[in-house]
Design a protein around this ligand. Structure first.
Ligand SMILES: CC(C)(COP(=O)(O)OP(=O)(O)OC[C@H]1O[C@@H](n2cnc3c(N)ncnc32)[C@H](O)[C@@H]1OP(=O)(O)O)[C@@H](O)C(=O)NCCC(=O)NCCS
Length: 372
């Protein structure tokens, strides 16, 4: 049936569903890469800056160490370039073959422009589209879902997705900020996605969600244009501030309002509900059950959250991949780093059913189910 006939028959939805099944290629992950800085920071190393302990951090989060980028030689973009270089090579293409970039980060090199264009320049790519997305810990799953749509419609053939973070530049390392600063680490992960005609291979479905009701529970307000509009307690005096000193002021810095804030227990409670829910959504959509999962790669938020999800879904240890003990929470980079590391360890093989799931600031959460 042609598209024209479909319109004539006034059966448009049915026709598009049919075309979807017949004509659209699926999206496969063709290459993976990751990069973490050499500088290892153990829990004990953090004692120089704040009142904490190795025992507290390991017990609450499962983190033993994390990596911090070189202060001046490495940026969110340069780490992304390192990861992308490996992913591109493994996909069997060159940087010049990439036809679209999606860069996910909450710690960009510049407030604007985004890291996508800096990567395009650094890798001497063609004048292709570069999209930066800001979905924090769900950034990679959101990016993969966006890329999937472009591949399925035939618009692009080689999309580079990068998740990268340089958290070590923007955290409060005093005791005041210890509930957040001990959790996060630096690093980057990247994948190249391409169309596949191979039967059954590729992304089966992606599922994206948000609930802005809790936007301030895990957030960084300044610099920003909010002018106390949303926050319950004013964070600066925008009424009296001199014009030109509203976006970022000495007052904000003095009061440590240029750092992220988090109500950890509230994040935890919501995460342990939404993670299993969005995994089940993906499985149900495809007529599958938790036992069918070869490997679940959850965003590495906290080992306790991953263990809770594993228990709720009754997954075996070999069905869940965790590496938060080595890298901490690397936000948009955590899933591609884990995916790549799992692949390098031989834990992902052709035909495996891989589930990626994320939850984070926003709140936003999502999942992707794919056949490798
Ligand atoms: C952050 C998190 C580890 C904190 O654990 P928690 O058991 O909830 O701890 P709380 O925030 O309730 O604080 C408990 C106590 O530990 C203290 N504490 C917080 N951070 C500490 C640290 N790094 N070292 C030592 N003590 C610390 C607090 O000050 C508090 O002390 P008090 O009882 O004397 O007031 C936990 O809430 C969590 O993992 N939440 C999810 C966070 C997350 O995943 N964020 C990323 C989302 S993608």
């Amino acid at each position: 049936m042609t598209t024209f006939q479909c319109f004539v028959s006034n059966n448009v939805i049915c026709c598009f569903n049919l075309l979807n099944k017949i004509d659209m290629p699926r999206t496969k992950i063709a290459g993976v890469g990751y990069y973490v800085p050499k500088n290892v920071i153990t829990n004990n190393d953090l004692l120089k800056y704040m009142d904490t302990s190795d025992e507290w951090i390991q017990e609450r989060s499962g983190i033993k160490e994390r990596r911090y980028a070189d202060r001046t030689a490495e940026t969110t973009t340069t780490m992304g370039v390192e990861a992308a270089t490996i992913a591109i090579e493994r996909a069997g293409i060159t940087a010049q073959d990439v036809d679209f970039i999606i860069f996910a980060t909450l710690s960009p090199d510049y407030y604007f422009p985004g890291c996508g264009v800096l990567l395009q320049r650094a890798m001497k790519m063609k004048e292709i589209g570069a999209l930066d997305i800001r979905n924090q810990c769900s950034g990679f799953v959101y990016a993969l879902s966006i890329a999937d749509q472009f591949i399925k419609t035939g618009m692009y053939k080689n999309i580079l997705i990068v998740g990268s973070e340089k958290h070590s530049f923007g955290l409060d390392f005093s005791t005041r900020g210890r509930n957040i600063s001990v959790i996060f680490g630096d690093g980057a992960g990247a994948v190249v996605v391409q169309p596949t005609e191979k039967d059954g291979q590729g992304i089966l479905s992606t599922h994206l969600h948000s609930d802005g009701e809790s936007a301030e529970i895990l957030a960084m307000y300044n610099p920003g244009t909010h002018a106390n509009h949303w926050v319950k307690e004013p964070v600066a005096d925008f009424e009296e501030a001199e014009i030109g000193k509203m976006f970022m002021s000495n007052e904000m810095i003095e009061k440590a309002q240029n750092f992220p804030n988090m109500d950890g227990p509230s994040v935890f409670k919501k995460a342990v509900v939404k993670f299993p829910e969005v995994v089940m959504e993906a499985l149900t959509k495809n007529g599958l059950v938790p036992d069918d999962i070869s490997l679940l790669i959850p965003h590495q938020a906290n080992l306790r959250i991953s263990q809770f999800v594993q228990q709720k879904l009754a997954l075996r240890d070999d069905q869940v991949f965790n590496n938060i003990d080595k890298y901490g929470n690397t936000t948009a980079a955590s899933i591609p780093i884990a995916l790549c590391e799992a692949w390098e360890l031989g834990k992902i093989k052709e035909g495996d059913l891989i589930c990626l799931a994320a939850f984070g600031s926003g709140f936003t959460w999502g999942s992707a189910l794919l056949r490798w």
